[in-house]
Design a binder for this molecule. Structure first.
Ligand code: FAD
Length: 476
């Protein structure tokens, strides 16, 4: 019997590129361990659309979610309902972890679209599926985090809830050496490393460790020793397993402390000519060029590799507006200037246009903006083929979002193994992941044009496969 979606059986790029052997001499080698050797000879002008790589069940689920995301009359009630569900202490009927029907519906739709799994087995299966689609690897993150709402001056999220729900022997003023929130965060993070393979990434949200940590971050300080010890354990274990760590940027209220931790870790663990630890730079903040210049200085003076993960920024809804660029265009320009500056090894006073030598940098471009990532890959390629200095670069999009951008990048591989594209996914039980799911839904609401483009591309792919099926069907 013919399936409705004959495009389903896919192994990575196989459907988009033609493979053959490449002599070892034609393989590209880069000077860092981020090097990617050419494994395949590819056709630079693929004939199939990027979304043809998606397995049928993922395509249909993506279409369902993007239909909801792109229609305001569906998205607004969906957002209100998810916001209602994410409040603590819901009655059984509205508790996503206790009501199996509610859990099942959310799991098959929003959860599976954006999250990796509730346990190790589910996560491994999702990771395998992604690598089979052609992604270089995954970025896995544990869901717990704390968000600071500038307008209400309140913290909310899993890290806070974890501590507040404690009762009995442990009080909120318990000695930090016993802080159960830090311990729970350590455990969840170590488990995440166990699920990852070499060359995968672990993304850490430091506020997930709860109020002892967030109090320190809010004051611009390092967190308690218990957490610094946990971070040492995590970094050592990750390095042993060749897993790299992205320290996520979070609410502006905590960011100074978080960035301090990231620099401490980079100084200690990025001493082998490549980055095990990356700090995240939010291009939407007016202060980011100064922060980056400061970190380039420290990297240069202390002799470590700066792991530069660049994002636009996800906390516009809660952060202080005046700290963020006035227009989207300004944020776009800031993003592209930093990305392209790093690829040209020229940022501010660093590089051959400035007075100081450009330090060792590994770049990670996390974005759904096709223009930014395609331009960056083209520039990188141009510099490599012209023998011009550049830095190793990797790309990532979030799981369940902008697949068209991810697959467009994958199709740019013309045989040298670049670009290396990752998908970033969150794991945790449904309750833990709700805040994350809500943020994704809000992001889709705010990115109207992108969401609409995604919806159209997915719809076109469904029609293409349906047309193919019917044109293949024997006439009766
Ligand atoms: C793998 C991955 C990891 C990420 N990690 C983090 C992280 O650690 N911390 C974090 O904060 N973000 C992170 N992000 C980014 C965030 O989640 C959003 O995906 C991102 O901000 C959306 O921007 P974009 O680059 O995809 O491009 P676009 O969709 O083109 O840009 C949208 C973004 O532009 C900015 N913007 C929109 N309107 C305006 C305006 N009027 N004025 C100024 N700026 C505006 C906002 O940042 C908005 O999110 C990550 C993204 C990915 C893909």
């Amino acid at each position: 019997m013919r399936t409705l979606f004959p495009g389903k059986p896919v192994t990575g790029l196989a459907r988009c590129i033609r493979t053959s052997n490449v002599p070892a001499s034609t393989r590209l080698r880069f000077s860092s361990t981020l090097q990617a050797q050419a494994q395949v000879k590819t056709d630079p002008s693929p004939s199939l659309p990027p979304l043809s790589i998606l397995p049928a069940h993922v395509l249909l689920r993506s279409l369902l979610v993007s239909t909801i995301s792109s229609k305001r009359f569906l998205l607004i009630p969906a957002l209100s309902f998810m916001s209602f569900l994410s409040k603590p202490n819901r009655i059984w009927l509205f508790d996503v972890d206790r009501n199996p029907i509610l859990h099942g519906i959310l799991k098959k739709t929003f959860y599976n679209q954006f999250c990796a799994g509730e346990n190790a087995a589910e996560c491994r299966s999702t990771i395998r599926e992604m690598k089979d689609m052609g992604f270089r690897g995954v970025i896995l993150t544990y869901a717990a985090e704390t968000v600071f709402d500038h307008s209400t001056q309140a913290q909310h999220g899993q890290g806070v809830a974890a501590l507040k729900s404690e009762d009995g022997n442990v009080s909120i003023n318990a000695p930090v050496s016993q802080c159960p929130s830090i311990e729970a965060w350590r455990k969840g993070t170590v488990e995440t490393i166990d699920m990852s393979d070499a060359e995968d990434y672990l993304a850490v949200k430091l506020t997930g460790a709860g109020i002892k940590a967030t109090e320190a971050f809010a004051a611009g300080d390092l967190p308690p020793q218990q957490m610094m010890d946990a971070l040492d354990e995590i970094c050592t274990k990750a390095k042993d397993r060749k897993v790299r760590i992205l320290v996520d940027a979070e609410s502006q209220h905590f960011q100074k402390g978080i960035a301090r931790v990231a620099v401490e870790l980079m100084r200690k663990y990025n001493r082998d000519g490549y980055a095990t630890i990356y700090s995240t730079y939010q291009a939407y903040l007016k202060s980011t060029p100064a922060t980056l210049a400061n970190h380039l200085t420290v990297a240069s003076e202390d002799g470590f590799t700066l792991g530069l993960k660049l994002v636009r920024g996800a906390y516009m809804a809660t952060d202080e507006r005046s700290l963020i660029h006035d227009t989207k265009e300004d944020t776009d320009n800031a993003y592209n200037m930093i990305a392209q500056g790093a690829l040209r090894k020229n940022i501010g006073e660093f590089g051959d246009k400035g007075s100081r030598e450009f330090p060792s940098v590994n770049l990670f471009l996390a974005s759904h903006n096709k223009e930014s990532v395609v331009a960056a890959q083209k520039l990188y390629k141009h510099r490599v083929t012209s023998g011009l200095p550049t830095v190793p670069v990797r790309f990532a999009q979030l799981h369940g979002m902008s697949d068209e951008v991810s697959f467009t990048l994958l199709q740019m591989n013309d045989g040298d193994g670049t670009p290396e594209v990752y998908k970033c996914s969150t794991w945790g039980d449904m309750g833990e992941c709700l805040a994350y799911l809500l943020r994704r839904a809000i992001e889709n609401r705010d990115a109207v044009l992108r969401t609409d483009n995604e919806y159209r591309a997915l719809k076109a792919e469904v029609f293409r496969r349906a047309k193919l099926t019917f044109s293949l069907s024997p006439s009766s």
